[in-house]
Design a protein around this ligand. Sequence first.
Ligand code: HEC
Ligand code: HEC
Length: 413
Amino acid sequence: MCVWRLRFFANLTVGLLAFAAIGCAKPAPQSFEMQNGLLSPEEFESATGAFAEVETPSDGLGAHFNDSSCANCHPAPGQALPGGGSNVTELRAGHEGANNAFSPAPGGTLVTLKALAGLTPEVDALPASENVRERFITPSLFGAGFVESVSDEMLRRTAQDQSARTNGRIRGLVREVDVLEAPGKKAVGRFGWAAQHASLLSFSADAYRNEMGITSRLMPDDNTFLGAIVDDGVADPEDTGGTFGEDVEKFAAFMRALSAPPGASSGDRSAGANIDAGSKTFESIGCGTCHLPQLVTSKSGTLVNGGAFRVPNALGNKIFHPFGDFLLHDIGTGSDVLREGMPVEARHKVRTAALWGLGTRLLRKVPLLHDGSASTLQEAIQRHKNTAAEEAEKFQRLPESEKAKVLQFLQSL
Ligand code: HEC
Ligand code: HEC
């Protein structure tokens, strides 16, 4: 089995670096219906239930929030499990001051859209002077546990490798972020459009507080109303139990247990040949420099997330195919919002969109790019400028029949 995998990927130039580490790494399970084996059936059911649970004000929902359940924004892409992406967007805002310096809106860049009955939603009170505003679309969470289990070192080497292959033209920005559950420790960010978290537990606490207004030990202060504290009547932290909060631990367990997205069905044999040809062209015109066709997770037992997470057997030493690098690039698509804790050089940079699951995303008519501003594949590719301009031009110069094969390949992911 290992040999077959190696032959298949020997066609691709990217990921050579990953090769050395592969050994006999096994393919990550791919499914929208079944977990990857991390949890017992009972644990998985309980974790899925927590992720899909609709919270109420007595659970601490609000006072200001975006929605009442993780699964409302991250619904099921297949038949069974929630955790997909959707066209739901969130709003971030701020303004430019002297010397083009960016300042977040009062209370932070995230501006919530809903409020408990009788209260004004934050968005309705946002001053017009907070005129840098941007929407961010909801990404899929399938395969997130594999992404979390990639070593910081591999992401740093990916950036170096990009630079070496393009004479310094492309070099993903590696963002070091705090790991909330490992105070004082940093790790390479990979989740969120600004690569703002490395850890799924940290992201869970952040999302529970920022999207739903529910506090935990890792994020103990409630969402504000443009910086003003609003008491929602429930004592903080609202998510108690466990070490960091029973719910946030279950959300993290659920996401870690999700399989990688399956490819869309490849159809008949001639479709298969076109997809193969499209995949080779995708690679030869340089798209794979940022949209890496494969990554390998750390060995089981390795500590990641600043030492807070030991990579379990179900996630360790797995090959997966994200078609992303989880690093930040300026390809001319924004983002103008410089979020809290982001280094200044990250402005206008966006994390590479991982293309796995793209076929399902298109079938469900979820728009593309971080702000959902492109509705077709062609449009998304055309929008690649700046550091990705050369690759996008190579794509535009392809004969129509070759372009069609690249698009067919992308639809098969
Ligand atoms: C209002 C809709 C909404 C709700 C509710 C919501 N999310 Fe999200 N989620 C988003 C959006 C939008 C993003 C992209 C945010 C960004 O990067 O700016 C996101 C990103 C994420 C990511 C990063 C994925 C990646 O690969 O970048 C994780 C992990 C995540 N959410 C987990 C959760 C969990 C756990 C919950 C429940 C506690 C939750 N979300 C609730 C909309 C939502
Ligand atoms: C320099 C790195 C880089 C290169 C090279 C690159 N991309 Fe991208 N790609 C990105 C980034 C970053 C995004 C996300 C941009 C955003 O959301 O604003 C993206 C987004 C996309 C999307 C949208 C996916 C989604 O789910 O929203 C598609 C499709 C895509 N790229 C295809 C390609 C193709 C085809 C090529 C080769 C012609 C290519 N890319 C070359 C960095 C790159």
